[in-house]
Design a protein. Structure first.
Length: 373
């Protein structure tokens, strides 16, 4: 290739990069946040390479080095659970028949209400989702097992961590149900409809359409005790985890989130929850009696900041998680909040470093109900 062609391609590539940068400045220029910013929660800064104790509540800052915890790595001398996998289609669901937003489209902010996004390119569309079910080696057939439901699955890291923690006696012998989303992302998509909608429908979908399948396919029994049921997820999967427990505390008492999307991403717009998941920390938690929830949260110093076309000041992931910690503290919730330095959105290195401790903390007070035996 001659020099002229190389130069011309370089110029075109540079112009494309510039166009992307200018079109999405909020994404391209993610700020690095200082956890000691005025207005953020007061937090205990830990030495680099250490994480909070599984017995500690409150706010913590972890350093920039994120080495994997030993429990995040498969150990040959530890009993390995069995992982089953299956797929379900939208035609089999009475609750979620399937939607999708047209590629390369987003929506238009309502000029009368910047918190409302008008999406005209969403339409019915079928989907398939993968589901993985982890059954620990220690599970006793016929007994009602505690379990954790995870979003955006399958999550093989979760299964590895559970193998190790269960063997060490740090968490109960629980079943994990890792559910893939219905495709797409954000407003107008199936994933957005499932994860960002402020109601109990997704929890009801799991309860009525997924859990019975798991029990029948793999001859396991899942506890009905909400103290023995947990939810987890990252990003919108994290907001989904809290939404499930918030609207159905009779089903779930434990919530674990990475980079939770506690922002205004709900669609369709609902005047009862006009701020979407941003409303958790502005109105819902502050104005409600405390629910019997135990909540673990993480956010990274380079997490998302994307005001996009809505310009509603409710699309800052770090501020949202900081505000969540403040709201939970005021209401006296049992929670642990980790602010991670040198960490991006749902940072996998941070997850490998912290997930074992997070799960141990989440289940620290668990006592099986008599009826669950």
């Amino acid at each position: 290739m001659n020099t002229t062609k190389i130069i011309n391609r370089a110029i075109v590539f540079g112009m494309l990069l510039g166009a992307i940068w200018n079109a999405t400045p909020a994404i391209a220029q993610v700020p690095i946040r200082d956890p000691h910013t005025p207005g953020y929660v007061v937090a205990t800064e830990l030495p680099d390479g250490t994480i909070p104790s599984a017995s500690a509540n409150g706010n913590f800052i972890i350093g920039p080095t994120h080495d994997a915890a030993p429990e995040s790595i498969m150990q040959d001398n530890v009993p390995q659970g069995t992982v089953y996998r299956f797929t379900i289609d939208s035609k089999d669901s009475k609750i979620y028949p399937g939607i999708a937003r047209e590629p390369k489209t987003f929506g238009t902010a309502d000029p009368a209400n910047p918190a409302k996004l008008i999406v005209t390119t969403s339409h019915p569309d079928p989907y398939s989702r993968q589901i993985a079910v982890y059954v620990p080696k220690q599970y006793v057939a016929g007994t009602a097992a505690p379990f954790i439901v995870g979003a955006d699955g399958p999550d093989d890291l979760l299964f590895t961590v559970l193998d190790n923690l269960i063997a060490e006696g740090k968490v109960p012998a629980m079943i994990a149900i890792s559910i893939g989303n219905g495709s797409g992302d954000a407003q107008g998509s199936q994933r957005g409809l499932e994860y960002d909608t402020m109601n109990g429908v997704y929890a009801e979908f799991v309860e009525n359409e997924i859990l019975p399948l798991v029990e029948s396919k793999y001859q396991v029994k899942l506890t009905k005790d909400p103290s023995g049921r947990a939810t987890m997820g990252g990003s919108s999967g994290g907001s989904c985890a809290l939404i499930m427990a918030w609207y159905h505390p009779e089903l779930y008492h434990r919530v674990l989130t990475y980079s939770g999307t506690f922002i205004n991403q709900q669609w369709p717009y609902n005047p009862k929850t006009p701020q979407g998941a941003w409303g958790f920390h502005t109105t819902l938690i502050p104005k409600s009696r405390p629910k019997p929830l135990r909540i673990w949260m993480e956010v990274g110093d380079q997490d998302l900041f994307n005001p996009n076309i809505m310009r509603d000041d409710m699309h800052d992931w770090v501020a949202a998680n900081e505000n969540m910690a403040k709201a939970l503290a005021v209401k006296g919730y049992q929670y642990q909040f980790v602010f991670a330095r040198n960490a991006r959105h749902v940072d996998y290195k941070v997850k490998k470093q912290t997930l074992p401790e997070a799960l141990e903390w989440l289940w620290k007070d668990y006592r099986p109900a008599q009826s669950a035996k």
